[in-house]
Design a binder for this molecule. Structure first.
Ligand code: SF4
Ligand code: ZN
Length: 514
């Protein structure tokens, strides 16, 4: 193997010296300065090893995949709607909602959200009339909140500017609807209208990269373009929607990232990654028997010369088998962020606790969602300083002085957003009476626990409340903590310091002079 690689690398090196970069000066573009560096050579076309160039094989693959899908597909509510809804606009809307919800979210999680959404807004027209607050409330917990917002904006656009008629091709869907990218447009058009266009999502990338041994960075635009070409060439002309769903279903249930079930795979006879593994196994067993080792005929095309093979520095790793593919460039490190947040609690009617929540700005991360009053913190800020900063922040919300030392430190909650590693330093403060909210600081409101969960709040805030509740449970157990029981009043002076809750009188007292 290693000798083969050396030979292949050498061959690749020879090919490179014969590339366009080495063309003599007389063949340079007319007028180009001879002192300027020649442009990087365009990668050549991929070898047939990475393509579906045999029409008979393509036909067989389509047939096998569709036959498997017909018997093994999961029963999903959006599939039922797509198959039974006679109205094209309603059908497209039903598929669209599912596709937006499924982006970055597991099928099992989406089902309940989808059913509630379609019950509440069964048509584009119904969705167009909803408020953003209602959309956020239903979306809460699905993550990537801007997706729900943009879905509703696009529905309004279809109703107000397109007379309620969904665009009828992938190209128009992508061009006319905000938040609809190439994948979503192709999925809607193929599943709802039967347009013969392929789709490329994470599952399809994985399956195609394995079927055709594509080891170049699968997140690079050049490879993604090749995969789109491949998906468009491969899609079944008579059942494009089913074919696309079958390919995605295969990636979701059989050709999974870590332990693919190759033995059960309906397209294993077309899979070049599996073929390579089989050749290696055969070669190894020949070796064990002391027989001459046959040369595998599934080596890389040539180190450095092929735009779709693994980079020469990261060759095929036999221990990984088919999971050598796909490969991605190392992910960018998530940004690390800290925020202080405070669960402000008061007694509502009949003594039930109520919490203060405030609304985030209408743009940016978690736009328009509700949260406990929170404040971004510098990474190295000392606890005393962050407490002071939070007290000042709370004061701005409620228009009354807050003593920093009265905030009870509960602990930390870590939440990973797609690109942010967020830590919330959680504090609590319990009030014994009403506090009039400063209308200038609106929007803010007091909510019961039930109302909190029904509001458009992020999963991170739900975690914060949970941690706070746990801490209070501990505190109410006499053997476990110093925190007073719910409803018990602190004495008037409102002694301060971590672990002590506060009376309203103490809460409202002016801060002591520095
Ligand atoms: Fe994926 Fe294995 Fe099927 Fe190849 S044979 S497509 S690696 S499940
Ligand atoms: Zn190659």
């Amino acid at each position: 193997m290693s000798q083969l690689r050396v030979a292949a690398a050498a061959a690749g090196g020879l090919r490179r010296t014969g590339s366009r970069a080495a063309l003599p000066a007389r063949r340079r573009r007319k007028g180009a300065s001879p002192r300027k560096a020649a442009p990087a050579p365009a990668p050549g076309p991929p070898s047939s090893r990475h393509l579906f160039s045999d029409p008979a094989e393509t036909e067989a693959l389509r047939r096998n995949l569709l036959a498997w899908y017909d018997t093994c597909k999961r029963d999903l509510p959006w599939r039922t709607r797509a198959a039974t809804e006679p109205d094209a606009d309603r059908r497209a809307y039903a598929v669209w909602v599912s596709e937006i919800m499924l982006q970055q979210t597991q099928v099992a999680t989406v089902i309940d959200y989808y059913n509630r959404w379609m019950q509440k807004w069964p048509t584009l027209q119904a969705l167009a009339q909803a408020s953003l607050e209602e959309v956020n409330e239903l979306w809460a917990g699905l993550g990537y909140y801007s997706r729900g917002k943009r879905l509703q904006e696009a529905a309004r656009k279809v109703v107000s500017e397109l007379a309620g008629r969904m665009p009828r091709t992938a190209e128009d869907l992508q061009q006319l609807l905000p938040g609809v990218g190439r994948y979503t447009a192709a999925a809607i058009a193929s599943i709802s209208y039967g347009q013969a266009t392929g789709v490329v999502d994470g599952n399809v990338i994985r399956v195609l990269c394995r079927l055709r041994c594509i080891g170049a960075d699968s997140s690079s635009p050049a490879v993604i373009d090749r995969l789109w070409d491949m998906a468009n060439a491969l899609v079944d002309r008579s059942r494009p929607g089913d074919f696309n769903q079958a390919l995605m279903e295969l990636g979701a249930t059989v050709c999974v990232p870590k332990a693919p079930l190759c033995g059960e795979c309906p397209v294993k006879q077309h899979c070049r990654a599996r073929l390579r593994v089989e050749k290696e196994l055969a070669s190894a067993s020949q070796k064990l028997l002391g027989k001459a080792t046959p040369v595998p005929d599934v080596e890389d095309c040539g180190a450095g010369g092929c735009p779709l093979c693994p980079p020469a520095a990261e060759p095929w790793d036999s221990s990984l088998g088919v999971t050598n593919f796909p490969r991605k460039a190392a992910k960018k490190q998530a940004r690390v962020a800290r925020a202080a947040t405070c669960v402000l609690e008061r007694r509502g009617c009949r003594g039930a606790p109520q919490y203060l929540i405030v609304q985030r700005p209408s743009s940016g991360l978690l736009a328009g969602l509700w949260e406990f009053p929170s404040l971004p913190l510098a990474q190295d800020l000392q606890e005393e300083k962050q407490r002071e900063a939070l007290a000042e922040h709370l004061q701005a919300w409620i228009g009354q002085p807050v003593v920093a030392g009265d905030l009870q430190l509960i602990g930390e909650v870590i939440h990973i957003f797609s690109h942010i590693h967020q830590t919330y330093v959680v504090y609590s403060l319990s009030l014994d009476g009403d506090v009039t909210l400063d209308p200038a600081s609106s929007p803010s409101r007091w909510v019961t626990e039930e109302e909190f969960h029904a509001s458009a709040v992020s999963t991170a805030m739900k975690k914060v409340l949970k941690v706070c509740g746990k801490q209070q449970e501990k505190g109410s157990n006499p053997g476990q903590g110093s925190k007073r029981k719910r409803g018990a009043k602190a004495q008037g002076t409102g002694s301060t310091g971590p672990g002590t809750q506060l009376s309203l009188r103490a809460f409202l007292r002016p801060p002591t002079a520095p």
